[in-house]
Design a protein around this ligand. Structure first.
Ligand SMILES: Cc1cc2nc3c(=O)[nH]c(=O)nc-3n(C[C@H](O)[C@H](O)[C@H](O)COP(=O)(O)OP(=O)(O)OC[C@H]3O[C@@H](n4cnc5c(N)ncnc54)[C@H](O)[C@@H]3O)c2cc1C
Length: 454
């Protein structure tokens, strides 16, 4: 069955999916609530630059966009950690220092995907179409448009309309539908570091982090030599700063090396919106009604917090999986979509957990000497045991290993290294005993006892 296929949301997932389906000869209509982005510019304070890594690049490669994306991105080979004092420290992402994640504008990547979709015969894009209602009994979608309400029938609805999906609402109260939306107490607000004397004000080869214990700021480079900074603060922290002198004083105290690089600091801070961050989990992702079938894709199925830089990578991976499942199921939508949700759910849950965990790593642990020693030890093991010991960061960012396999792999690796460490400690102890046998040497306690005459 092909039927009438509607994709709701012309974001990253919606556009990629439209292209992949049209290439299979399936006609698709892509509905987007916003105006055509080629006509309107980006929203203030919502520039968001993404870190795209192996999974996203692999997916983009399927529609010939990998090289274009890389040419419009800036590689970041590691983290630059800024303390309150002293010089910032660079920590490479991979043991060999060669792997990089890539900073790219989300709007620009979206535009590239949209253009590929629109060039693909079989894709029709409809902007200014905000989904208001999906009736599962009739398969009818109701859109709000500038010209009034429009009703469109569809047999297959692919909901790629983001974390706060309107399509998902059609099934939210269905018996058996499990849904959770966990807000982080931190929101995010963007600031801009413009170029300085025509060049980057900070090292562009790094993702910059200012870890401050309970909160943090990060900065990613842009092609125009600016940086987009993102503050991840609690609502209370944002609310506590209001007046420009107060804002400037706060940054001078807590982010001293960067405060002077943001000329519009107070203005950006006061006027850029604060976005919220949530982890959304639900199940099932695929629903059948008398009128048709609905499948949730990307953030609509599994929004995650951005601290592993994987939300978009994961959403793009979903599209590849749907395409693969359609091939395996010989074009049978029902079988393909059920296969898709079964394969993706555990993976998306796993990256959601890892993303939450990485927030603590970025805002706090990166500062600790113990953590730095652990990273150095992991990199040492990676160099000594190439392919056998691989860090979690590398598995997530530089491979396409299913996310759900990574925690287990880490547990096995950690057990093995603990055994090796115990073995090495034992060998060292034995060697020490041989070199410094007790009868020929005095322990510290013995020498003190002798000196004290006891
Ligand atoms: C601060 C921040 C930083 C991030 N950094 C990274 C990163 O470094 N790496 C990474 O991989 N991911 C990152 N992400 C996550 C990433 O942006 C998302 O995971 C990704 O955009 C999800 O793609 P999507 O297509 O599923 O949804 P979206 O990109 O949200 O697209 C949804 C589309 O649906 C449209 N839409 C919404 N409602 C309707 C409606 N009712 N009717 C019609 N259309 C509708 C929207 O306008 C939009 O075009 C970050 C997110 C945030 C907030």
């Amino acid at each position: 069955m092909t039927g009438r296929v509607a994709i709701v949301g012309a974001g990253l997932a919606g556009c990629l999916l439209a292209t992949l389906l049209a290439r299979r000869g399936i006609e698709v209509t892509l509905f987007e609530r916003r105006e055509d982005p080629r006509v309107t510019g980006p929203e203030r304070g919502r520039s968001i630059n993404l870190a795209i890594s192996a999974r996203g690049l692999e997916a983009l490669g399927q529609v010939g966009l990998r090289e274009l994306a890389l040419s419009r991105a800036l590689p970041m080979h590691g983290r630059m950690v800024h303390g309150r004092t002293g010089q910032p420290g660079f920590r490479p992402y991979s043991a060999d220092g060669k792997h990089a994640i890539n900073s790219i504008s989300r709007a620009e990547l979206n535009l590239a995907l949209l253009e590929v979709a629109e060039r693909t015969p079989g894709v029709r894009a409809r902007f200014d179409h905000r989904l208001r209602e999906l009736d599962m009994a009739t398969g009818r979608l109701t859109f709000e448009t500038a010209g009034g309400e429009q009703r469109v029938p569809a047999d297959i609805v692919l909901a790629a309309d983001g974390a706060y999906s309107a399509a998902r609402r059609a099934v939210t109260f269905r018996p058996g539908f499990t849904f959770s939306q966990d807000y982080l107490e931190h929101g995010y607000r963007e600031l801009t570091i413009p170029p300085r004397n025509g060049t980057f004000a900070l090292d562009p080869d790094a993702l910059h982090i200012w870890p401050r214990g309970t909160s943090m700021m990060i900065a990613l480079p842009n092609l125009d030599r600016s940086f987009t900074c993102t503050l991840f603060w609690t609502a209370g922290e944002f609310a506590a700063l209001t007046a420009p002198p107060q804002i400037r004083a706060h940054f001078a105290e807590h982010y001293p090396d960067v405060a002077g690089l943001i000329p519009d600091l107070a203005d950006d801070y006061q006027h850029n919106p604060v976005g919220s961050l949530a982890t959304i989990r639900c199940w099932p992702w695929v629903h059948h009604g008398d009128g048709g079938t609905l499948a949730l894709v990307g953030d609509a199925a599994h929004a995650i917090v951005p601290f592993f830089g994987q939300g978009a990578n994961c959403a793009l991976e979903d599209c590849i999986e749907i395409d693969r499942c359609l091939t395996e199921a010989g074009g049978d939508w029902r079988a393909a979509l059920e296969r898709y949700e079964r394969r993706r759910k555990a993976n998306c849950d796993a990256i959601a957990d890892m993303a939450l965990d990485n927030f603590i790593e970025m805002r706090d642990r990166v500062n600790s000497r113990v953590f730095q020693a652990q990273v150095a030890a992991r990199h040492f093991l990676e160099r000594r045991l190439p392919g056998r010991y691989v860090s979690r960061y590398e598995l997530v960012s530089f491979t396409t290993m299913p996310y759900a396999r990574i925690p287990d792999r880490m547990r096995r690796q950690d057990r093995a290294t603990a055994l090796v460490a115990t073995g090495v400690a034992g060998l060292l102890a034995a060697a020490a005993r041989q070199c410094f046998p007790r009868r020929h040497g005095l322990t510290r306690r013995n020498s003190l006892t002798r000196r004290n005459g006891r």
